[in-house]
Design a protein around this ligand. Sequence first.
Ligand SMILES: Nc1ncnc2c1ncn2[C@@H]1O[C@H](COP(=O)(O)OP(=O)(O)OP(=O)(O)O)[C@@H](O)[C@H]1O
Length: 287
Amino acid sequence: MKPDEKVGPAVVEIEGLWTKFGRTVVHQDLNLEIYGGEILSIVGGSGTGKTVLLRQMLGLERPARGCVKVFGEDISEADADQLKRMRNHWGMLFQQGAMYSALTVFDNIALPMRELRALPEDVIYDAVLLKMNMVGLGVEHAKKMPSDLSGGMIKRASLARALALEPQLLFLDEPTAGLDPDLSDAFVALIQSLHRELGLTVVMVTHDLDTLFALSTRIAVLAEKHVIALGPTRDILKVDHPFIKQFFLGARGQRALEVLEEQEHVRAQEHANLPFKQPAQANEPEN
Ligand SMILES: Nc1ncnc2c1ncn2[C@@H]1O[C@H](COP(=O)(O)OP(=O)(O)OP(=O)(O)O)[C@@H](O)[C@H]1O
């Protein structure tokens, strides 16, 4: 989905959020809406509260004030049972992959389905193989332990587990951290195609500009305890704020921007090269 395409209704609504740890205020009157089908990226300096904001959306932190609604339900008011039910509608990919080291790849991916206690093993078996296939992980890896997998494969297996219950909403915390540039590009392409095919809403925290520019429908910038800028990448780049200038317009930012411009140029070329369709009357013989 491109930033100018129509987005769906709000899937996440954060209103007047305050997060406090003792006397430390992390979020102060923070507002953010995330729409169905978009990839919303959260960026900000170290310690600005990006991970804590994800944890608020996952119901792992409680607001000191304000409310966080996911799929229209106030997550800060939800009890343990409601939270459990709501969590079945989203998937989470943690930074380190967070696979259970004592379980095989197969059992790691099967775990969320088994926890439902409603699906027979043969259905789970087929579903696990399907998810492995979706993320490009060969069936020969099913019986391996996480420690036998490379970093890129761990990410793929973790993504398969995050998709196990066919979520509508996917949270990604630094999805390409620790991957070399080729693996990182391949993982970005995988997220792009899954997003397109499954119509997922994605909320992502990342420091990586290539990942950010390649995937984001909109970017939310966290600074001064709230969202200081929100919009498509091009609009964010125009915002006059010290963090934005330093983050996006340094040498790394320039490189990532060049890649973005190259991608836009290729898309424009592809569009220009589409077969030209003659209007019907143009083919009629002239008198
Ligand atoms: N459980 C906690 N108890 C006390 N303080 C916490 C807790 N969790 C987070 N914090 C503090 O909240 C602030 C925001 O943390 P958070 O991890 O969200 O930052 P971040 O923006 O994700 O940073 P980074 O980019 O470095 O990962 C930090 O000052 C952190 O020390």
